[in-house]
Design a binder for this molecule. Structure first.
Ligand code: PLP
Length: 229
């Protein structure tokens, strides 16, 4: 079933790319595996997937040892500073940097471990109270302040759009994130590139692709509804 779901998502990605005149290779599918058991991750792996997204450090650390070593783990959830040390070395990208203090902690742990971690700045485009992320009018300042830190490399922006039954209604947020990335990119800040736009989930990834997403994060559409216990 997971294989079929992935095929279905893949077809939808391809048609969104066609509509937007984009090449399929510009869009990376991250399979969001939070709460799902290792067997399901293995099925996705066997269907060819290599980019997996989790929102808890403990869950990455628990699942990773029993799964193939070439999986690229993305940290997509809110990150507490006291969990950063455990995460360093386990992830190819942290999508959820939303404060200078967090960026500083990642920086110092990365330096200690002798690695450079690609990070994205999470922006709360819709200004939702319930969501993490910096307000869009503070993103540039956070990028500037974090850009001087060693051990991290800012590669773009991420947003979690509001939950909606009508994906079109999220188009302005995706377009807004792209425009913000273009604006920040034009400042030519050292150690900063704005090539990555992590946006779009099961309900709205096609609209996100049309608006320039380079990384979409799809959970339910591949693994089914999540049950939180
Ligand atoms: C859970 C989650 C997703 C996946 O959501 P679906 O609607 O299940 O596709 C994407 N991004 C983040 C940050 C998440 O926490």
């Amino acid at each position: 079933m997971i294989k079929e779901n992935i095929e279905n998502v893949e077809e939808r990605i391809q048609s969104a790319c066609r509509r937007a005149g984009r090449d399929r290779s510009e869009v990376h599918l991250i399979c969001v595996t939070k709460t799902k058991p290792e067997e399901m991750l293995r099925e996705a792996y066997e269907a060819g997937q290599r980019d997996f997204g989790e929102n808890k450090v403990q869950e990455i650390c628990r699942k990773k040892p029993s799964l193939p070593g070439d999986i690229r783990w993305h940290m997509i959830g809110h990150l507490q500073r006291n969990k950063v040390r455990q995460l360093v070395g386990q992830t190819v990208m942290i999508h959820s940097v939303d404060s200078l203090r967090l960026a500083e902690t990642i920086s110092s742990e990365a330096v200690k471990a002798g690695v450079v971690i690609p990070v994205l700045i999470e922006v709360n485009m819709a200004g939702e109270e319930s969501k993490f992320g910096v307000p869009s009018n503070e993103a540039l300042q956070l990028v500037r302040d974090a850009s001087v830190l060693e051990g991290i490399k800012i590669e773009g922006l991420m947003t979690i759009a509001p939950y909606t039954e009508t994906p079109e209604s999220n188009r302005p947020y995706f377009a807004g994130l792209r425009e913000l990335a273009v604006d920040i990119g034009q400042k030519c800040i050292d150690n900063v590139s704005m090539g990555v736009l992590s946006m779009g989930m099961t309900g709205d990834f096609e609209v996100a692709i049309e608006e320039g997403a380079t990384h979409i994060r799809v959970g339910t559409g591949i693994f089914g509804e999540r049950i939180y216990t």
